[in-house]
Design a protein around this ligand. Structure first.
Ligand SMILES: Nc1ncnc2c1ncn2[C@@H]1O[C@H](COP(=O)(O)OP(=O)(O)OP(=O)(O)O)[C@@H](O)[C@H]1O
Length: 250
């Protein structure tokens, strides 16, 4: 469904990755693991159509995002939700923060329609908050939340948006185990709704817990991608095995 094909990207003269291919299907979680600075964030920004690759194509359901005009590309971007390492909520209630996700997705025409849609929006906000266990905090000011709760609201916001794809950039690296577990369960819920998920993570155990497939990003490209169990138990490449076992030090 979402596919980056033979993409290359460099910042100035510094190549980040070359000829990299990765895809994410509906209802599938693909974890991208690799050492710090290898290009996981750059890859997610490429998959979000916010960074144009120097070479190669990035397509959603076969539409090449950089071969269409700006408005079509914007329409593609709207089908993708993102959660970053740090929650970025604005002052205002939890409900308003989650609603924001819906508002950016909807066109003006949609927003001007009936009360039925407004009810749908309220339902979507409540349901999304329930997925991250924060339905009781709906009217609280976002400023009053802990860091972990704020990140859960960020996830609910991305989910309420009803994306086709969710891109998660180390969403739990600042969280404690309890909040991490909530986010991992929410990833499972997104998957069961048919959302394709790409998850960049430093945490190999997390990749093992939540991913269907794992892409190992080393040096300037994907060294190996495959079913999670195969990558962790019996990788094809020696380099993958060394990275997984911690023998490869960066
Ligand atoms: N806007 C930029 N301009 C120049 N260089 C950049 C830019 N963004 C990232 N880089 C460099 O590109 C490389 C890849 O960065 P990126 O953030 O994609 O890696 P990462 O795997 O997500 O790292 P981390 O795990 O530490 O978040 C790094 O060497 C980084 O310093």
């Amino acid at each position: 469904m979402l596919r980056a094909n033979d993409v290359s990207h460099a910042y100035g003269d510094e190549p980040v990755f070359r000829d990299l291919t990765i895809d994410v299907d509906a209802g599938e979680v693909v974890a991208v693991i690799g050492p710090s600075g290898v290009g996981k964030t750059t890859l997610l920004r490429t998959l979000a159509f916010s960074l144009e690759p120097d070479e190669g194509t990035v397509a959603l359901d076969g539409t090449d995002a950089w071969a269409v005009d700006d408005s079509e590309r914007l329409a593609l971007r709207r089908r993708v939700g993102m959660v970053f390492q740090e929650a970025s909520l604005f002052s205002g209630s939890v409900a308003r923060n989650v609603e924001y996700g819906l508002r950016v997705r909807r066109s003006w025409a949609d927003r001007l329609t009936s009360a039925l849609r407004l009810n749908d929006a309220t339902d979507a906000v409540e349901e999304s908050l329930a997925v991250v266990g924060l339905e009781d905090e709906i009217d609280q000011p976002a400023d009053a939340l802990s860091g972990g709760e704020a990140q859960r609201v960020s996830f609910a916001r991305a989910l309420a948006y009803d994306p086709d794809v969710l891109l998660l950039d180390e969403p739990t690296s600042d969280l404690d185990p309890r909040n991490t577990a909530v986010i991992e369960e929410a990833i499972g819920e997104a998957k069961s709704r048919g959302i394709g998920v790409a998850l960049a993570t430093h945490d190999m155990h997390q990749a093992e817990r939540v991913a269907d497939r794992v892409a190992v990003l080393l040096d300037d490209g994907i060294t190996e991608v495959g079913p999670t169990e195969a990558i962790f138990e019996d990788p094809e490449k020696e380099r993958t095995r060394k990275f997984i076992s911690g023998e490869l030090v960066y």
